[in-house]
Design a binder for this molecule. Structure first.
Ligand code: AHG
Ligand code: MN
Ligand code: MN
Ligand code: MN
Length: 334
């Protein structure tokens, strides 16, 4: 009989790999896994639980919040608040950083950035959504952690990952030693190791971009899109186009099959739409750990300076050769 390895067992087993092997990061990862299961339960019955639709509020990015955006945000913040290892949460759904200052968090050393529900416009139509998380260790050694502790570069991440609430629910994460994927077995309520040592193919033939905005893209991006569409048997073109409206779902596909996900800069939004701290950096860390590449079109995402928690960045992420090609074409027009 094939033996099952749960996320909890795996985390403990790999604890010695962490740069700080005291069990705190393990507990933090375990808490994120528990919150993910609670959100998964609600996502699965969203149509029955009266949590579909708009909440009637707007977040700091000016996006209308869905009820499930708020529910997922509350679940993750609550798990991190009671877990005792997290001192600050940065969330897409909170304008200000959430400073955790309770009895159990006196010695908390970790900062967690989250996109509680990614692709939330998909929720009303029963298409995949996700959660993205990123973990940093605080740099300051005295007093309360501050905003300075939040403004670390992507290269400083200790761990990052995502949960995809898809046809099955998966948690995929890295602590900087490769990428592993776990599938939720609903019959036992556990994430079980299903995708050990995930490797992103160097080349792919799927591209994901919102082509509705084609007219607004810079010439280099337009040229790359045309490149994807041109017939060439040797390079397996034309490529296939797939775009769900959830970066997690589109990137998960690229991670498994090879491909590129792009959210470029436009004339109206020179930094694109996605947020550096809780969308681009965690996905960039994970994709690099799987052998892929992540760029803002010119520079490595992970090395970008972080000036504020909700800062945006253009992103080109996925199979290394595809990202290189996009960068090459963008550079031609710069
Ligand atoms: P979120 O739902 O967390 O706000 O993120 C949505 C993001 C990303 O996941 C997705 O690919 C993209 O925004 C969709 O934006 P467009 O509708 O502009 O294509
Ligand atoms: Mn949003
Ligand atoms: Mn998102
Ligand atoms: Mn979101």
């Amino acid at each position: 009989m094939k033996s099952i390895k749960t996320l909890g067992q795996f985390i403990i087993e790999k604890q010695a790999d962490h740069p700080y092997a005291k069990g705190e990061l393990s507990r933090l990862l375990r808490d994120i896994g528990i919150a993910a299961k609670i959100v998964n339960r609600e996502v699965n019955k969203a149509g029955l639980a009266n949590i579909l639709g708009d909440a009637g509020s707007v977040n700091i990015q000016g996006e209308g919040q869905k009820m499930l955006d708020i529910y997922a945000n509350e679940q993750f913040i609550s798990a991190l608040t009671s877990g005792g290892e997290c001192c600050i949460v940065v969330s897409e759904e909170n304008e200000d950083c959430v400073y955790i200052d309770n009895e159990v968090s006196q010695d908390a050393k970790y900062i967690v950035a989250i996109d509680p529900l990614d692709g939330s416009s998909n929720i009303d139509v029963n298409v995949s959504v996700g959660t993205i998380f990123s973990i940093y260790r605080r740099k300051s050694t005295e007093g309360r952690a501050t905003l300075e502790d939040v403004l670390q570069r992507g290269t400083d991440q200790i761990a990052a990952g995502y949960i995809i609430y898809g046809s099955s629910t998966m948690l995929v994460y890295t602590t900087g030693k490769g990428v592993n994927g776990f599938t939720l077995d609903p019959s036992i309520g556990e994430f079980c190791l299903s995708h050990p040592h995930m490797q992103m193919p160097k080349e792919g033939n799927i591209y994901s971009i919102n082509e509705g905005y084609y007219a607004h893209f810079p010439d280099g991006v337009k040229k790359y899109i045309k490149y994807c569409q041109v017939e060439d048997a040797k390079t397996h073109r034309p490529y296939t186009s797939r775009y769900t409206g959830s970066m997690v779902a589109d990137l998960h596909r690229s991670l498994v099959k090879g491909g590129i996900y792009m959210y470029p800069m436009t004339a109206h939004a020179p930094l694109g739409k996605l947020r550096l701290v809780y969308e681009c950096n965690p996905m960039a860390f994970l994709v690099e750990q799987a052998g892929g590449k992540a760029s803002n079109g010119y520079e490595r995402i992970l090395e970008l300076e972080v000036k504020e928690p909700h800062q945006r960045s253009a992103i080109f992420i996925g199979s290394e050769n595809m990202v290189n090609k996009a960068e090459e074409m963008i550079a031609c027009f710069s």
